[in-house]
Design a protein around this ligand. Structure first.
Ligand code: NAD
Length: 295
């Protein structure tokens, strides 16, 4: 039992924003203001909060932003038409459609319509391919990108380490695994999922354990090799009558039991979460740089 490094995502996100300020100033001096369009379909309250935070982050950094709120009744065609308009709008360098859209919208088909050069979420197949090909002109989903930034900021070595990523989603698990196995990070990676056998035993072989499952506090101390680095991506609401809202947010890792076993760990909230929007800003600035250089 020792005291782990508590990886402070708010602090690292602030460092990312500081770095971006210099780059934004340079782009503005050349007459280019990075611009992000955020599109929300429907009135899901959690999505409204996320969209609001993304627009606020743009304003704070001096980026141009557009917020499009379409009614839940909007058709797939109307959404696609809007995306085509945004693809053609020179003020917009990044386009994001807030997930999940209402059930009648085919999200994958919508994403195919986003110009890959403006796909700052990194969901378009062109960007998925670029991640696998290690072509750095592509866009990587913001949450795994933020996880890598946290490791880098704390000087946590990945080369030669065994990383286990729990979760195989296209938003977190798979891109995280690709980043870790890339020639830049050089980890040896295992992806675990709902059908993995004896998950605790597999996780105990991990020097770096990334939990992206969506199950509150599933990863307990017996999943963790002493001295491992643990990144908890999970954001789960659990009932808590002692809180004013009646719930609290916990990760996929049981922090209280896990923290004494690891060498470094991200808390929830305040770990991976704050990095996601910071990396969205970074992707938007990158899109602006690449698009304006090619004009
Ligand atoms: P998802 O539901 O798409 O994928 C979950 C993955 O976990 C699946 O691949 C599934 O196979 C695996 N899984 C489910 N049950 C399992 C089990 N018992 N054992 C092993 N694997 C199991 O979820 P997602 O979109 O990847 O998100 C995962 C978590 O991360 C959620 O809590 C989500 O809220 C959170 N998240 C956080 C951020 C952030 O900004 N911090 C961003 C995206 C997602």
């Amino acid at each position: 039992m020792s005291t782990p490094i508590i990886i402070d995502g708010k602090e690292v996100a602030a460092q990312v924003r500081e770095r971006l300020k210099t780059e934004i100033a340079e782009l503005k001096a050349q007459g280019h203001t990075p611009g992000l369009a955020v599109v929300l379909v429907g009135e899901d309250p959690a999505s409204q909060v996320y969209v609001g935070s993304k627009v606020k982050a743009c304003t704070e950094l001096g980026l141009y932003s557009q917020k499009w709120e379409l009614p839940a009744s909007a058709t797939q065609d109307e959404l696609v038409q809007l995306i085509h308009r945004l693809n053609a709008d020179d003020r917009i360098h990044g386009i994001l459609v807030q997930s999940p859209p209402p059930p009648h919208i085919d999200e994958e088909a919508v994403i195919l319509n986003i110009d890959p050069r403006k796909d700052v979420d990194g969901f378009h197949p062109v960007n998925v391919a670029k991640l696998v090909l290690e072509d750095e002109s592509g866009f990587v989903p913001c949450t795994p990108l933020g996880c890598m930034e946290l490791l880098k900021a704390h000087g946590l070595e990945t080369a030669g380490k065994h990383a286990v990523v729990i979760g195989r989603s296209m938003i977190v698990g798979k891109p995280m695994a690709h980043l870790l196995v890339s020639k830049k990070a050089n980890a040896t990676v295992t992806i675990a999922h709902s059908r993995t056998k004896d998950l605790p035993a597999l996780c105990r072989t991990a020097d770096i354990l990334v939990a992206a499952v969506g199950r509150p506090e599933m990863v307990t101390a017996d999943y963790i090799k002493p001295g491992a680095v643990v990144l908890d991506v999970g954001i789960n609401r659990i009932d808590d009558a002692t809180r004013p809202r009646g719930y609290r947010i916990v990760g996929d890792v049981d922090y209280t039991s896990a923290a004494p076993v690891c060498s470094a760990i991200t808390p929830v909230p305040g770990g991976v979460g704050p990095m996601t929007i910071a990396m969205l800003m970074a992707n938007t600035v990158k899109a602006c740089r690449q698009l304006t250089a090619s004009r």
